[in-house]
Write a protein that binds this ligand. Structure first.
Ligand code: ADP
Length: 268
């Protein structure tokens, strides 16, 4: 949207002059709009699991004589409440990021360490899905930023790569740095992403196949968190994909130098 919002003040200075002060408020209008959309999406997103929880509770009360049924409903209740917990956690992370106060004091972060954290956190999931999770490090790749947030971002990419992979396939995490850019690539051999969805997967709550993602407990927030974290670090995230063959998500961040530390500080 190409609208520009100006806040204009006019003051008369004597008989011959008029002082006009114009302030560009486009960004704050845009942020208001983003916030409104976000709240609408959250409400929509929470309604489904909350509705399911109350229906399941009712069903459980009615089936109280039938132990098998009760166990079945209890299992589904657990699933729905896990889903609620996950969505809530992701919403909190996202709103913390949107408050944009997270990088006031960027630290020097060793990217190899961030990769090690993300691999560690996903090891169990990879093993249980029989996915071969491998990483190639790059000692010396450093950026300025927030290590826990970068770990969340990479965790989300690795978790997706495993989630959308077939048994026995490979997920690789590679790091390289060149010309002042640190690149982290997460590659899978999974289902891939149709071309028409490539631009949209980073949007909040966007899922390619809601039925499948809901089944896997997805909220559609994971990649928008990745995008926010990476942008807050002055970087970008891109995706290449071939439906049926796999996907590669690449995070690119400015390599640590005194200049990058200063400019991150300024933005906040
Ligand atoms: P979700 O919680 O649903 O996984 P994300 O924001 O992490 O939400 O991802 C959005 C959608 O992008 C997912 O629902 C999925 O359809 C698709 N997607 C993300 N990563 C991959 C991947 N590595 N391979 C295939 N599809 C993916």
């Amino acid at each position: 949207d190409a609208n520009i919002y100006l806040f204009v003040r006019v003051a008369r200075l004597g008989a011959r002059y008029v002082l006009v002060l114009a302030e560009d408020r486009t960004e704050s209008y845009r942020l208001d709009e983003v916030r409104r959309d976000f709240v609408a999406n959250i409400s929509h997103e929470l309604k489904t699991p909350i509705g399911a929880v109350s229906l399941l509770a009712e069903a459980m009360a009615e089936a109280s004589d039938d132990a098998v049924q009760v166990r079945k409903f209890a299992k589904r209740l657990t699933k729905e409440s896990e889903r609620l917990t996950r969505i809530t956690r992701e919403i909190i992370e996202l709103s913390r990021l949107q408050a944009a106060d997270v990088l006031t004091k960027p630290d020097l972060v060793d990217i190899d360490h961030v990769v090690a954290i993300a691999i560690d956190q996903n090891r169990v999931a990879a093993d249980s899905r029989r996915v071969n999770l491998v990483s190639g490090g790059d000692a010396g790749a450093e950026v300025y930023g927030d290590e826990p947030l970068l770990a969340v971002a990479l965790h989300n990419l690795v978790a997706n790569a495993i989630q959308y992979s077939a048994k026995g396939s490979r997920v690789g995490v590679g790091v390289s740095h060149e010309d002042g850019i640190v690149e982290i690539a997460v590659t899978d051999q999974g289902v891939g992403i149709p071309e028409e969805d490539l631009d949209r997967v980073f949007e909040r709550f966007y899922r390619i196949d809601p039925a499948r993602s809901r089944h896997t407990g997805g909220s559609g927030l994971g990649l928008s968190i990745v995008k926010h974290v990476v942008q807050n670090h002055g970087g970008d995230v891109r995706v290449w994909s071939q439906p049926g063959s796999g996907s590669t998500f690449t995070i690119r961040l400015p390599e640590a130098s005194s200049a990058s530390a200063a400019s991150l500080g300024e933005e906040q």
